[in-house]
Design a protein around this ligand. Structure first.
Ligand SMILES: Nc1ncnc2c1ncn2[C@@H]1O[C@H](COP(=O)(O)OP(=O)(O)OP(=O)(O)O)[C@@H](O)[C@H]1O
Ligand SMILES: [Mg+2]
Length: 258
């Protein structure tokens, strides 16, 4: 399990500053959520952490090492992996075939569908272990295109787990899911955080408030607040940023009484 730290992290495209001077500490072994209105810079922040964007200014430290300029694939090899806001699975392949491809890729054998006997066993063991871990063992022979949206999201996380991450960044894994599927996903993410450092970007506020250890709030590329769920919920600046955006989904208990 590894932590992340940023120092004055910034990226600028012309006049646009998606991330502007963000300094945060993301504790190892915890579940840290990043929230903020649409366009706040959450995905851009992930892009900076993972190497998809090069910062205009500032630093990223992973496990205490400066990884600011490290390319994406090297960060993945060091244990820093992400999922994308848009689903990223092979539709025509089954659940276990999808995971097998990802595991084989790590073993450097992605082109060999029939790999050597010496790695076949370990690969198959890992495919079974990940399928279990993402809670899809009974769906392992089902093609990705025939899965529910929620199960496809689980599978996508399975593909990330195949890289053996120490820190996993999840960009809106509950996007497009209903209340029930979101709460299942929430439980699943919480479970992942028992063995990994998890950083979650999510708009489903009730789930975020119930599962996170720490919440960071971004607004217009800047860090607006950080704290425990209770602290964030009580923070007037956060309320204002959300209410202003018109996208604040009130926690269920309060919504029921609203
Ligand atoms: N490569 C880029 N070039 C120009 N502008 C960009 C680029 N990447 C991000 N932006 C801008 O930066 C701002 C923040 O975008 P970002 O996607 O990071 O927000 P977000 O918080 O993830 O939003 P959402 O909740 O809608 O996913 C937006 O105004 C976006 O248009
Ligand atoms: Mg985004």
């Amino acid at each position: 399990m590894s932590g992340l730290r940023t120092e004055n992290l910034s990226v600028q495209f012309g006049a646009v500053k998606p991330v502007d001077g963000v300094s945060v500490e993301i504790a190892a072994g915890k579940l840290t959520s990043i929230i903020g209105p649409n366009g706040a810079g959450k995905t851009s922040f992930f892009n900076l952490l993972t190497g998809l964007y090069l910062p205009t200014r500032g630093k990223v430290y992973f496990d205490g090492n400066d990884v600011t300029d490290m390319p994406v694939h090297q960060k993945v090899r060091c244990g820093l992996t992400r999922t994308f806001q848009i689903l990223n699975v092979f539709d025509a392949l089954t659940v276990e075939e999808n995971i097998r491809v990802a595991v084989q890729r790590r073993h450097g054998r992605s082109r060999k569908l029939f790999c050597a006997a010496d790695v076949h066993g370990p690969v198959e063991d890992e495919v079974a272990e990940i399928t279990e871990r993402i809670r899809l063992p009974d769906k392992r022979k089902v093609r990705a295109c025939d899965l529910s949206h929620g199960h496809r999201r689980h599978l996508e996380i399975g593909l990330s787990l195949a890289t053996r991450p120490k820190t996993l960044l999840l960009d809106e894994p509950m996007s497009g899911l209903g209340m029930y599927e979101s709460s299942i996903m929430g439980e699943f993410v919480r479970e992942l955080a028992q063995s990994l450092t998890v950083v979650l970007v999510e708009h489903h506020m009730s789930v975020v408030l119930s599962i996170s250890d720490t919440i960071l709030v971004l607004s217009q590329g800047r860090l607006l607040a950080s704290g425990t769920p209770a602290e964030i919920q009580a923070n007037p600046a956060v309320q204002e940023a959300y209410l202003g955006s018109g996208r604040y989904d009130l926690p269920q208990e309060r919504a029921a009484h609203a």
